[in-house]
Design a protein around this ligand. Structure first.
Ligand code: ARG
Length: 301
């Protein structure tokens, strides 16, 4: 068994305490406006989650929730961090757009430089669709992100982008079907993607922990990894926990069931602030070297 080679990121997060969490609209198949949310329980579960992440050794920053944006608790989607630069999301749904402005303000206060890459022309980009994996930025297109933004991202950040198309409506963000664990391992739910996407992810992840739909629906891929500690939503499949432990990870389960009512879990609530995309950075000479249409390698020049 190969030893764990921890991710280069995952030790610093931005989170939003659910002061105004509720389900007043439905923009994903998990949301049901008829199902009531217990606000106190949501706060209690969130506090326990933030405490667990801190106890695992990571730092947690907090942003105040705007009263009119119930989904602001899902901080992962605010933007993609690259060192001191953030690409701010352009949300697919109007209901979430004010979050981007609030987050942009927070990033500025934190001393980060912000860019908005997606616009009405390029379409939507939601950061829950992007992860640094090996030497690529793996970016999904589908329910929340448009393919045209991949080229824009590649150019704006100077990184190699590998595209994966999400075809499963319930696994609408990449962070519901993909969870980087260490430098060679990830939890993957290939049933969320088209055939080309599956092949590209297989090429990027030497040791996948493959889960099926039913397992993915527990939100077990929506976990946070702090070095060798995997913080996962309670109800994770026993098989998945066992495999992680066999690899040497410590699994910590946290009940965030109230927050699942918005269609998100632990990863959705945590935006990593310490990602640096250097491993995916393109050299000038790389800029048009690919025949694979799934690799957006700055096709401008
Ligand atoms: N209700 C939110 C939405 O539909 C949930 C976001 C979940 N976040 C995530 N990173 N998957 O946008």
């Amino acid at each position: 068994m190969t030893a764990i080679r921890p991710l280069s990121w995952g030790r610093h997060y931005l989170m939003c305490r659910p002061e105004h969490f509720r389900v007043t609209y439905a923009i994903n198949p998990w949301m049901d406006v008829e199902s009531p949310v217990d606000p106190d329980l949501a706060l209690e579960q969130w506090d326990r989650l933030a405490g667990t992440i801190e106890a695992a050794g990571a730092r947690v920053e907090r942003i105040t929730q705007l009263p009119e944006t119930p989904d602001m608790v899902y901080a992962m989607n605010y933007g993609l961090i690259d060192g001191d630069h953030v690409v701010v999301s352009r949300f697919r749904h109007e209901q979430r757009r004010p979050e981007a402005s609030a987050a942009e303000w927070w990033f500025g206060e934190a001393g980060l430089r912000t860019t908005r890459v997606a616009d009405a022309r390029a379409g939507a980009f939601e950061a829950g669709d992007a992860f640094l994996v090996g030497t690529s930025l793996l970016v999904a297109d589908g329910p929340r992100t448009d393919r045209a933004t991949h080229d824009v991202l590649s150019r704006a950040l100077g990184v190699r982008v590998t595209s994966v198309r999400i075809t499963h409506p319930a696994l609408y963000h990449l962070d519901l079907s993909f969870c980087p664990l260490d430098e060679s391992r990830a939890i993957v739910a290939p049933s969320a993607w088209d055939a080309a996407g599956r092949a590209r992810v297989a090429a990027l992840v030497p040791q996948p922990l493959v889960i099926d739909d039913e397992e993915a629906f527990t939100f077990c891929a929506n976990s946070v990894v702090v070095d060798d500690i995997v913080i996962m939503p309670a109800g994770l499949p026993v098989r998945v926990g066992r495999q992680l432990e066999r690899w040497g990870f410590t699994v910590v389960a946290v009940d965030v069931s109230e927050l699942h009512k918005g269609g998100g879990s632990i990863r959705c609530m945590t935006l990593p602030l310490d990602t640096v995309l250097d491993d995916a950075r393109l050299e000038l000479g790389d800029r048009h070297v690919t025949a694979d249409p799934g690799l957006a390698v700055c096709q401008t020049s």
